[in-house]
Write a protein that binds this ligand. Structure first.
Ligand SMILES: Cc1cc2nc3c(=O)[nH]c(=O)nc-3n(C[C@H](O)[C@H](O)[C@H](O)COP(=O)(O)OP(=O)(O)OC[C@H]3O[C@@H](n4cnc5c(N)ncnc54)[C@H](O)[C@@H]3O)c2cc1C
Length: 383
């Protein structure tokens, strides 16, 4: 099969590898507009079980990635100066560039050709001529999807909160969500270590807070200084670091039809999942597995593309519903901060509807008991 893939992120790279592993005679090329050694953002986090989805189909990949990850068993939700540690929520994180570097090497070792610095901008581009399958894995702002919205039945909703993806040299002890009230509104930092010396430090605010703080009129250095001042107690003097960091709004994207002719969507081009549930990369890799299996199990491309969507939709929808509930929770943080620290942490834990009281009790009996009995003092001074 002649397979051409637009976009060398986790979705495109992993799909390329799976197809080559299946049959080395496949002719697979990935076109990536960026250079090999640069990417946007800092580290990405996987929820504890996230790599389990790989184990059944790709144990070597689990073995490759696991040692590269920073891991920790707890989550910390800080309500201003009150940190609430929440047990039973293991996470793992890895630098985005490190993840991609290993995916490049893995794909190339299997015989995939990756063309860096190659931006494809039209489906009639000569590089795509004669392809049996064209995979649009070019991310949340995919032009393949945007230019064919009628065929894909695309729904897109630019959410109102603003976020900016920074890093810092302070290695935090756990995955942390720190919420700080300021005169302009609540600032939330999603921060976690992804290497022994680096952490992601993503700042999110509501649109009203963003307007009141005057970010529209600040340049990059002023924006960093403002965020450093808000989170001074958390950063311990470590500067905030930028990597093509700018304020963005989250595009919540979904599609009713995932393919037309020989063109198929995958990863963020297919659907976006809010970063607060740590599942975008996992979903992208699961899409790759699903399409690889659908092709393996089908007699024709048409059948495979239909099977890909039919099999993948139900499990994907569950995670997407959770991600969308999480988006709405963050959009209410200016109001939710009025809860007591315990109620706030409990509200956070149950925000997606996938964790009910029994599950909180199973994961962290102390938090469940404090919430039930309204006796936060049983936790001791740190509460
Ligand atoms: C702020 C933020 C934080 C996040 N945090 C997490 C997290 O903690 N955990 C997690 O799992 N996920 C996280 N995500 C989501 C995760 O990054 C994505 O879900 C994941 O990268 C999707 O993979 P992908 O391959 O579909 O797309 P991408 O990773 O976006 O890759 C698409 C690639 O296509 C290339 N490209 C685009 N257009 C073209 C073109 N015309 N020609 C050639 N190449 C092109 C791009 O350069 C890019 O390399 C986060 C996302 C954001 C924005």
């Amino acid at each position: 099969m002649k397979i051409r893939i637009i976009g060398g992120g986790p979705a495109g790279l992993y799909f390329a590898s799976l197809m080559k592993r299946e049959n080395s005679a496949h002719d697979v090329v990935v076109y990536e507009r960026g250079p090999r050694d640069a990417t946007w953002g800092f580290g990405v986090v996987f929820s504890d079980r996230a790599l389990e989805f790989l184990r059944a189909d790709d144990e070597p990949m689990v073995q490759l990635l696991t040692p590269l990850m920073e891991t920790w068993p707890n989550l910390t939700i800080a309500h201003n100066d009150t940190p609430i540690p929440v047990a039973g929520n293991g996470f793992a994180a890895i630098g985005r560039l490190e993840l991609l570097s290993h995916l490049y090497a893995h794909a190339e070792s299997l015989g995939v050709r990756i063309e860096f610095d190659s931006e494809l901008a039209a489906l009639d581009h000569p590089a795509l001529a004669g392809a049996d399958l064209i995979v649009a894995a070019n991310g949340a702002f995919s032009w393949v999807r945007n230019e064919n919205e009628d065929k894909f039945g695309t729904e897109s909703d630019l959410r109102r909160n603003r976020f900016i993806w920074y890093g810092t040299g302070k290695p935090f002890d756990s995955l942390s969500l720190t919420f700080r009230e300021t005169g302009h509104g609540v600032f939330c930092a999603h921060h976690y270590r992804y290497s022994p010396t680096m952490s992601t430090f993503l700042v999110e605010v509501t649109d009203a807070t963003w307007q009141r703080a005057g970010f529209a009129d600040m340049d990059e250095a002023e924006t960093i200084r403002h965020c450093e001042a808000v989170f001074a107690a958390d950063l311990d003097g470590h500067p905030i670091l930028s990597n093509k960091s700018f304020w963005r709004q989250f595009p919540a994207v979904s599609n009713r039809q995932w393919s037309f002719d020989n063109v198929v969507l995958m990863g963020d081009a297919l659907r976006t999942a809010h970063f607060s549930i740590g599942s975008g990369t996992r979903l992208a890799m699961e899409d790759a597995i699903a399409l690889w299996k659908a092709l393996r199990d089908s007699e024709s491309l048409t059948e495979a593309l239909a099977l890909y969507q039919a099999r993948r939709l139900p499990p994907m929808t569950k995670i997407l519903d959770a991600a969308n509930a999480s988006i709405r929770w963050y959009e209410r943080m200016d109001e939710l901060i009025r809860l007591s620290p315990i109620d706030f942490a409990y509200s956070y834990m149950t925000r997606t509807g996938r964790v009910d009281h029994d599950e909180v009790m199973r994961r962290d009996p102390k938090l469940a008991a404090a919430w039930e009995h309204g006796h936060p003092e049983i936790f001791g001074a740190s509460y």
